[in-house]
Design a protein around this ligand. Structure first.
Ligand code: BGC
Length: 519
């Protein structure tokens, strides 16, 4: 080989080595990046761990906090609010009643005609309207004038229909799904806002009065017969359909539960008398907190950035308002750790840009190429061209966040069952799990809220955890029953059972806690 040939060969070899070194370097760097991103996922999985042992600790903590919240005002982060509902509709209610359901981004007005026999709702007309965003942070007068005028239009449309025009004063069940300190079954004071509402002048005001005044201003003659939380409405409808229903849970934009309690267990109101010996308690479990809850740095950041830090801790781990945003925060961390998602998208830094329904759609994507995930990453977060293996990682993040939420909600439910002696603790033969005939009692929990009713994986994870915590034998007697629209229909039913027209308003309803059904 001549000198020239030799030189050429050396140069070629050097070039090949250089290219190889670049390629290897690239591969090493990309592996390192991938490892960093996978590390973010592993850390998340670890921090979200919900072994059955940990869930049982949450169950115990929930039951302990329930006791504390019932013992004294401010005794726990669980407010355990009295509702003054000591009788639930039993099917004998008759007549026409209205409901107004306010608690999320929409409000609903509805009218039901009751026939006087169990489950005989003869007709039910519902109208849904979005609440303009600016009204959610405006003044109480603006919000209630808007609602009252919509309600008036709804009533006027009915009045044109002569069959429906009635001479009696109309009565309304008002569902207001925020923490309210009730002063009677039909009145109560707003403690604080949740779920993105913030109308400052309303905190501390009587909610029914605000509505009543707005109805008067708008020339609508209607009486607020009951003021209830959405969980209480759901319990009322659940109990109407199935008298074994002892509790209700909502897992939607926000989350909460209520249940039937014996009045003698409500220590903070010693001397409280109810004809039935029981009362529905609105737990406001969204504010539950325990050191056993698996909290991640994302939860801490989300809480810190929220308008209500240190509040609604359980809700922020469980409900639809927040799950999408937890996932967004994890993706943001991943994209900061490596350029695996391309340059960091500015959209990714925008709070709440990834909604929980979009997150659920990504989670449910079963297409081999994860087309829906690609679409949502591109359209919602402006991250195009994400490789398939990274899309798979995103689905995994959705899974971890949802699974933790659903399992914690299951632990919350078992916490209630434990408090009322229906968790079979001490074995299948013991506790109040058995009726007077010695047979195991059915324990029905009415369930509503879009996360539970529309998000299949969420529901499956919740049921799985319930079985794990309770054991299969007990779990078969615990029935979670979807009770859709209970918040509205249940409120109208409660208006009927608390009506001033009905001579039988007390006898037409069953005691929430009759001797057969003491929880
Ligand atoms: C509210 C509760 C309500 C729940 C479900 C929470 O944010 O504080 O009162 O029941 O959302 O709507």
């Amino acid at each position: 080989m001549g000198k020239v040939g030799f030189g050429l060969a050396v140069s070629c070899a050097a070039a090949t080595c250089a290219i190889a070194a670049i390629l290897v370097g690239k591969r090493v760097r990309s592996r390192r990046k991938w490892r960093r991103v996978v590390g973010v996922l592993r850390d998340l999985e670890e921090a979200c761990e919900t072994s059955v042992g940990r869930l049982r600790q949450v169950v115990d903590a929930m039951a302990v906090e329930m006791h504390a919240g019932l013992a004294s005002e401010g005794g726990s982060k669980l407010k355990m609010l009295l509702t003054f509902v000591d009788k639930l509709p039993n099917g004998s209610e008759r007549g026409k009643y209205y409901a107004l359901d306010l608690g999320g981004t929409n409000f609903r007005v509805l009218r039901i005609q009751l026939g006087g026999k169990r489950s005989s709702i003869l007709s039910c007309d519902v109208e849904r309207q979005p609440i303009p965003q600016d009204l959610m942070t405006s003044t109480s007068e603006d919000l209630f004038d808007f609602i009252a005028s919509s309600l008036k239009q709804f009533v006027e449309r009915e009045a044109q229909n002569s069959e429906f025009s009635s001479v009696k004063r109309r009565e309304l069940g008002f569902t207001f799904s925020f923490p309210v300190k009730q002063t009677s079954v039909s009145s109560g004071i707003l403690i604080k806002w949740t779920k993105g509402f913030s109308i400052k002048d309303m905190v501390g005001k009587d909610v029914s009065e605000c509505l009543q005044h707005a109805m008067t201003r708008n020339g609508l003659d209607m009486r607020v017969a009951v003021l209830v939380n959405d969980t209480v409405g759901t319990l009322a409808l659940g109990h109407y359909n199935d008298p074994d229903t002892v509790a209700a849970v909502i897992i939607g934009t926000g989350t909460n539960a209520c249940y039937l309690e014996r009045t003698d267990a409500i220590i903070k109101c010693q001397g409280l008398l109810t004809t039935s010996g029981g009362m529905v308690v609105n737990m406001e479990w969204g504010n539950f907190w325990s050191s056993h809850l698996p909290r991640t740095s994302y939860d801490i950041d989300l809480d810190g950035d929220s308008p209500n830090p240190n509040d609604q801790g359980f809700e922020k781990m469980i409900s639809g308002m927040y799950l999408g945003d937890i996932v967004r925060r994890v993706i943001l961390r991943m994209s900061q750790e490596s350029d695996i998602f391309g340059p960091v998208s500015s959209r990714l830094s925008m709070p709440f840009i990834l909604s929980t329904p979009s997150m659920a759609d990504m989670h449910a994507d079963e297409s081999p190429e994860l087309i829906e995930v690609a679409r949502i990453l591109k359209e919602d977060l402006q991250i195009p061209d994400v490789p398939l293996k990274v899309r798979k990682l995103v689905v995994k993040v959705c899974d971890v966040v949802t699974r933790r939420a659903a399992r914690l909600a299951a632990a919350g439910i078992v916490g209630i069952l434990k408090k009322i002696g229906r968790d079979g603790s001490g074995g299948i033969a013991s506790g109040r799990s058995r009726g007077s005939d010695g047979k195991m009692r059915r324990t029905v929990v009415a369930m509503d809220g879009s996360l539970y009713t529309r998000y299949t994986m969420f529901k499956e994870y919740l049921h799985e955890a319930l079985c794990e915590i309770l054991g299969e034998e007990i779990a078969q007697y615990v029935i979670l029953k979807v009770t859709e629209d209970g918040s509205g229909i249940g409120a109208a039913l409660l208006a009927a059972s608390h009506s001033s027209h009905s001579s039988s308003s007390s006898s037409s309803s069953s005691s929430v806690v009759d001797s057969q059904r003491l929880p």
